[in-house]
Every structure is written in structure tokens, then in C-alpha cells.
Design a protein around this ligand. Structure first.
Ligand SMILES: [Zn+2]
Length: 117
């Protein structure tokens, strides 16, 4: 009997994707707005530009041309801490889907602003 391949595909699609403008709704960066630069679907985490900055000590590695010292970079954060940001309402918003030119686009539920550019 053939063994059926296990369904390993993770399909927990996040409510945000790369390039989205989001606003932080909890934590120390609450209220900050930035765009999503990375999405980790499996972990349900996102990296938002300028948000959740952490400082990391980097060891000098002259061979690789790396200077030692402290570097600041954005750490991934749980996607539940961010919501899509509507530039028109200037706040976090819920989205609905609309079809424009046979394309599914996300629009702001409140003002109808298209959020997919
Ligand atoms: Zn809006």
C-alpha cells in the first residue's frame, strides 16, 4: 500500500505581507508605523522597519571586513502585535477584499482606501 505524503505545507497565512504599512498595537513600540520588511510565515513573525530595534554586540572580524561594536537592527516580532495601517484614516484598520480589474485587492473597511499598491 502506498503511503500518502503527509501534508507538511504550512498554510497559516498572515494578515500582513512584505511591503505592508503596519502599526504596532502593543509592546514598547506601540503606535509606531513602519513597513514590513520580512515575514516569517512558519513562526508568524514579522520584521518591521524601525520597530523593535535591538542592539547587538558584533565581534570584530577583520578577515571579513567586519568592525566590532554595537549594531542596531530590527528583531522579528509576533505578527499579532501589528495591524495594517490605513494612511487615509491614519490608524490601524481592518481590511476587506475587493476585486479590481480581476485582481483581489485589500481595501480599508472604514474609508475604502486601497491598501495594495
Ligand atoms: Zn481607511
Amino acid at each position: 500500500m502506498m503511503k500518502r505524503a503527509k501534508k507538511s505545507k504550512i498554510n497559516n497565512k498572515l494578515h500582513v505581507k512584505k511591503g505592508d504599512r503596519v502599526i504596532v498595537i502593543s509592546g514598547k513600540d506601540k503606535g509606531k508605523v513602519g513597513s514590513v520588511s520580512k515575514v516569517f510565515t512558519a513562526e508568524a513573525k514579522v520584521v518591521v522597519e524601525g520597530v523593535n530595534m535591538i542592539t547587538k554586540a558584533v565581534k570584530a572580524n577583520p578577515m571579513a571586513g567586519i568592525q566590532g561594536g554595537l549594531t542596531k537592527f530590527e528583531a522579528p516580532m509576533n505578527c499579532s502585535k501589528v495591524m495594517l495601517y490605513c494612511p487615509s484614516c491614519e490608524k490601524a484598520t481592518r481590511v476587506k477584499y475587493d476585486v479590481v480589474n480581476d485582481k483581489k485587492v485589500r481595501v480599508c473597511k472604514k474609508c475604502g482606501e486601497q491598501l495594495d499598491v
